[in-house]
Design a protein. Structure first.
Length: 469
């Protein structure tokens, strides 16, 4: 059966009307012929001639069958943006072209993530120290902004001549934060100073708590979305806050005599891969990087309806023509390895596209040997094969070790790695560390200060701090 274009026009091109008519008429939407649609993951097929037919005993209740129209609009917009950006990339033919492009990208990233607040004193202190056979763990709290506490574990190798190369480990979306990432102590056994810090809203830095230190809105993802929405109303980006914590983590490492300032690496998976890319894009002191399970393309994420937290969508990035690859491109010609997984929900095809763009830039800069791609067989994770690929790249850059095989790892309990008595920085600090806002000086506060725990610190853009009892 065929339906004329004229009839569709008379229906004002409503797809709901068309499919309603098609279903009642017994039309196979898979095409003409047998009306068989393959079933994903099965050798069988769905017989649409018998499975798709109107109900005989009761009236069909129509649902919202077309929720994808907004999605389709944004997919098309992102594709247009990518096409324009790719046209610009196609013009990169020489070394000078590559250098000019990287200059443009740096300026755009500054527009996306800047401006930055003033660097203020760390007021760092060590709240615990633990000896292991080949390294020492220090539990350290420092302030990335006045009164805004960052809880960290610092792994310092024993029996080595200082200064040593260092690695910042950015944590993914595990609610326990740094506790889930002590596996990277393997780097300390190889000879690296390792700093693992809790991201905003995770580990010991939960932002929104009740008076008895219970979570008000959930952990990790929910914390990021809530804070991100607040910051939108102040004209700021949570991506910038995450990047700034990373910048200050590098500052803290460079304040330590054990660290070689010429060799600072960064790695992380998932949300930690995002933070790795953000930090690489804004801090030229980073000398090597290994983002895992994040770098793909904005187009693939949009086409796949991939979820992402606020900090994973840098403000104005699309309107500026930026893509995931650009946040890593500014590392060129320094060593970078993109780590991905074949079964990851971050589309590995986008990772391969990003790698191709980066490889082209590195080749023009005569540094093709410094860009690598490692794709593992797993799902969304940072498994041993990927970690050892990172070891290989970092060791080649620093010459700290001849091996890349992961040494034995000492499992630590959370109590050992806590910087605070009961696992939340709010209980011991002079200020709570929530991101809250008000619209202007004449408006009431739109996020209630925590009661019963000293002072509530409210950040308003980068213009000032307001503390209330």
């Amino acid at each position: 059966m065929h339906i004329s274009f004229i009839y569709l026009t008379q229906m004002k091109k409503k797809r709901r009307d068309f499919l309603k008519l098609a279903g009642l008429a017994g039309i196979s939407l898979a095409g003409s012929g047998s009306g068989l649609i393959p079933v994903f993951g099965s050798t069988k097929a769905l017989d649409t001639d018998t499975a798709i037919k109107p109900a005989e005993t009761s009236a069909l209740v129509q649902l919202n069958r077309f929720p994808g129209m907004i999605h389709e609009y944004f997919v098309e917009r992102v594709r247009q943006i990518e096409q324009t950006a790719n046209k610009r990339r196609s013009e990169i033919l020489t070394k000078s072209d590559a250098e000019a492009y990287l200059g443009e990208v740096r300026a755009k990233i500054q527009q996306s993530l800047g401006p930055w607040p003033e660097k203020t004193p760390f007021n760092a202190r060590i709240t615990g120290k633990h000896d292991r056979d080949s390294y020492t763990i220090e539990n350290v709290i420092f302030e990335s902004r006045p009164g805004f506490m960052v809880t960290t574990n610092l792994y310092i190798p024993k029996g080595r001549k200082f200064p040593l190369p260092a690695v910042v480990v950015a944590c993914g979306h595990d609610g326990s934060g740094k506790f889930a990432y002590h596996i990277f102590s393997a780097l300390a056994r190889m000879g690296y100073v390792v700093l693992i810090f809790d991201p905003i809203g995770q580990g010991e830095r939960v932002q929104y708590l009740t008076g008895d230190l219970k979570q008000r809105i959930g952990n990790s993802v929910f914390q990021h979305l809530y804070a991100g929405n607040q910051l939108f109303l102040t004209g700021e980006s949570l991506s910038s806050w995450f990047a700034w914590d990373g910048i200050r983590a590098v500052d803290y490492l460079l304040s330590r005599k054990e660290v070689d300032p010429k060799n600072i690496g960064v790695t992380g998976v998932s949300g930690g891969g995002t933070q790795t890319a953000l930090l690489c894009s804004v801090d030229q002191r980073i000398s090597m990087a290994a983002p895992c399970c994040w770098v793909t393309t904005f187009r693939h994420n949009m086409e796949n309806e991939e979820v992402a937290d606020t900090e994973q969508c840098p403000w104005r990035a699309l309107s500026l023509g930026l893509d995931h690859s650009d946040f890593m491109a500014v590392m060129a010609p320094k060593p970078v390895i993109l780590l991905g997984q074949e079964k990851d929900f971050f589309d590995i095809r986008g990772t391969e596209e990003s790698f191709a763009r980066l490889k082209h830039l590195y080749r023009l800069l005569s540094a093709e040997q410094n860009i690598e791609l490692h794709v593992g067989p797993d799902t969304h994770s940072y498994p041993k094969l990927s970690r050892e690929a990172m070891h290989r790249m970092f060791n080649k850059a620093t010459k700290i070790s001849d091996t890349y095989e992961e040494p034995d790892i000492v499992n630590e309990n959370e109590e050992t790695l806590m910087c605070t008595p009961h696992g939340q920085v709010v209980e011991t600090e002079p200020n709570i560390c929530a991101i809250v806002y008000r619209l202007n000086n004449g408006e009431a506060y739109h996020s209630r200060p925590l009661q019963g725990h000293k002072m509530a610190l409210l950040y308003i853009s980068h213009q000032g701090l307001f503390a209330f009892q």
